[in-house]
Design a binder for this molecule. Structure first.
Ligand code: RET
Length: 272
């Protein structure tokens, strides 16, 4: 029984320790989690090392927000690795894997609720936006993630799964609009357009990858298997979190005054 290929699960793992064992039998899947724990840890060390001399409060706010992205990430991937936030869920009629218990990494959708607001806080602060717009994007990203979680966990009908997907995608488009229209214009006046435009590309293109993966992976039309889908999300996380963080930290450390747009935007130093 133990020698059976990982593709053929004779009995659905149910308890947390069975799921934990299942994850570790699938090396590719396990690596997609552990790699991210390591990268998030290194990112935190990088922020601490690079940011130790930064005294400006608004620059520090940006650094703390970047750090929280990785702190949430470590917790999220630890929960996935331990089996706490993974379940085998039976897919409804009409789903390509109907009647089968499919590994669902629902912890991903749950924890994006806590990580994505910090990414948007960082972007909004760099664009020099206001509290209203930053709060709006945070609220919509939370709504997007929670309805994405609902899409993944709904087992009553395939239609309802995709209906949740449509709702979630609508919330996503609100965020894309604010980034592409409002913040792009604001970054121009703030004087951070250079950095912001790079971050915008990484973020908008990267974020579109998530619903595409959801649709192609086992949650959607199931043309990608679980480990590939998981690596897909892990690679997107590397771009949208650690690479974005790296660029932000390097810039904040080099030019804390220009990134915070001077005293008008809450910096204690004069704008240059
Ligand atoms: C889901 C499925 C439903 C439709 C949409 C989705 C979008 C998810 C996104 C996630 C971004 C996550 C990030 C995580 C970093 O920690 C929920 C997949 C639109 C955009 C950036």
């Amino acid at each position: 029984l133990a020698a059976t290929s990982r593709q053929v699960v004779l009995q659905t793992p149910e308890t947390q320790s069975e799921i934990f064992e299942y994850v570790f039998d699938d090396t590719l899947l396990a690596l997609s989690f552990v790699t991210n724990i390591a990268l998030a840890g290194l990112t935190i060390l990088f922020i601490v090392a690079m940011g130790r001399g930064v005294t400006d409060p608004r620059a520090n706010l940006i650094l703390v927000a970047t750090m929280l992205i990785s702190i949430v990430s470590i917790s999220s991937y630890t929960a996935l690795t331990s089996g706490l936030t993974i379940s085998f869920i039976e897919m409804p009629a009409g789903h390509p894997r109907a009647g089968e218990a499919v590994l669902t990494m629902w912890g991903r959708y749950l924890t994006w609720t806590f990580s994505t607001p910090f990414i948007l806080i960082v972007l909004g602060l760099i664009a020099g936006s206001n509290l209203t717009k930053i709060m709006t994007t945070c609220a919509f990203t939370i709504a997007m993630c929670v309805t994405g979680l609902a899409a993944a966990l709904t087992t009553s009908s395939v239609f309802m799964r995709w209906w949740w997907f449509v709702i979630s995608s609508t919330f996503f488009l609100v965020i894309v609009y604010i980034i592409m229209v409002d913040w792009t214009a604001e970054a121009e006046t703030t004087g951070t357009a250079d950095l912001f435009n790079t971050l915008k590309l990484l973020t908008v293109i990267g974020w579109f990858g998530y619903p595409i993966l959801w649709g192609l992976g086992v949650e959607g039309i199931a043309v990608l298997d679980v480990a590939i889908t998981s690596w897909g999300y892990s690679v997107l996380d590397i771009v949208t979190k650690y690479i974005v963080t790296g660029l932000v930290v390097l810039y904040v450390v080099k030019e804390p005054e220009s990134i915070t747009a001077g005293t008008n935007y809450g910096s204690t130093r004069k704008a240059v």
